[in-house]
Ligand binder design. Sequence first.
Ligand code: UT7
Length: 322
Amino acid sequence: MPSLPGVGFRFAGVGAHLPEKVIANDDLSDSMDTTDEWIRERTGIGARHVGGMTSELAIEAGRQALERSGLAPADIQQVILATTSPDFMCPGTAPAVAHGLGLDCGAFDVQAACSGWVYGLVVANGFLLQGMDNLLVIGAESLDRITDYTARDTGILFGNGAGAAVIQRDDSDAGRILGWDLGADGDYVHILYSEHDGVLTMDGKEVFRQAVTAIQRTTTASLEMAGLTVDDIDLVIPHQANVRIVEAAWKRLGFSMDKTAMILEHTGNTSAATIPMALADSLYKERITEGSKVLFLGFGAGMTWSSVIVDYAGSLTGTAAW
Ligand code: UT7
């Protein structure tokens, strides 16, 4: 099993941003045969936000994170943008985001669907090991561009948003990654995909099943690497596609919803943006304090899955995006 030793880090600043326009569940009843009650009960979602390009949303979340870090643009040495809804097929969206933030550094996209931001966190940690000091890791999506809001399965789920964090090397070693796991199984490409210029197509039941399995698998691997148990984790920040997926996985793993950072009701499924937005929300609500063991948990199309357990250092103020 690989390990990731040797470097301390902290979240130096976070940000979260949602576009203004909201599609509430009741609004969807106009375009499809559904009800607010059904969507809430079967998914936990109350509303989703739409509008804005991925780069615009990413720049706003990134700007907040940078401001809160107190760093200057010149201090950021790399931008990693996790997105599954890039502005263009080519080039990647990260260069436009770096430009919009006035940064002069490397910038690239990570495409690992809803697992992307946690993939980005592991990649960022690798850059810290190589000697970098400050990176910006953003998750941003404009999923409204690939969502059919008349489709009863996908149209109820997806929305736009962006979350960002400045990852800073910290040689005091107070904070660090304790365990991590990244995985993928391309045998399941067909259960959730969008063709070029298409919309998301999904086998909802199979995604549900595979997601629960992936969550169990990646959580167990990260806990094992960290030498921790479920009881040692103070807060889980999971990807959020449907609250019932999280509940089903928690039943098997033994986590409680009390220790889970949920934002889904206000945002819908925002793919790679969900976890960094929930991080910003958790810090805002002071659910994470010095020494907290936080499990970040991604799963999504691919299938891909990802988890990171962080020993949290710092005393950041978060953001309420809604
Ligand atoms: O990042 C990964 C993203 N994707 C996911 O996480 C998707 C995971 N899957 C799901 O969230 C669920 O499969 C859905 C929410 C998409 C669908 O829920 P379901 O419980 O699998 O619904 P179903 O397709 O089995 O349909 C059950 C019933 C049917 O009615 P009958 O035949 O029992 O009378 C459907 O016609 O619910 C009905 N139904 C709806 N009713 C109101 C299906 N979709 C809707 C709807 N509104 N939108």
